[in-house]
Design a protein around this ligand. Structure first.
Ligand SMILES: [Zn+2]
Length: 100
């Protein structure tokens, strides 16, 4: 399975906690746009960020615009020094890992 397929599946399972009023999007792209729109209102907890942080870091390490795909995670990292530190530690590991 390609990484973009993995992202799509991941996004399709994503359920922002406070967007129950929003209509269910038809596919991955509207979901991404909805996430972008929701960035200002929804905040993830540190636990939720930790749950997807390795995926997020892998995307960044792969040169993907992870902030656009997971704006809620990026938003949290921008405001939470603890998670930011965790993310940077992950990035160091990914960057120092031998090519897969
Ligand atoms: Zn945090």
């Amino acid at each position: 399975m390609s990484w973009i397929e993995r992202i799509r599946r991941w996004l399709e399972t994503w359920r922002p906690r406070r967007s129950v009023d929003a209509p269910r999007p038809a596919g991955p792209l509207p979901m991404v746009l909805q996430q972008l729109e929701a960035t200002r209102e929804i905040e993830l907890s540190c636990d939720e960020v930790h749950a997807v942080l390795d995926q997020f870091a892998e995307l960044v390490a792969a040169g993907v615009d992870a902030a656009a795909l997971m704006p809620l995670v990026q938003h949290h990292l921008d405001h939470c020094p603890d998670c930011r530190e965790e993310f940077e530690a992950l990035m160091r590991v990914l960057r120092s890992a031998p090519g897969s």
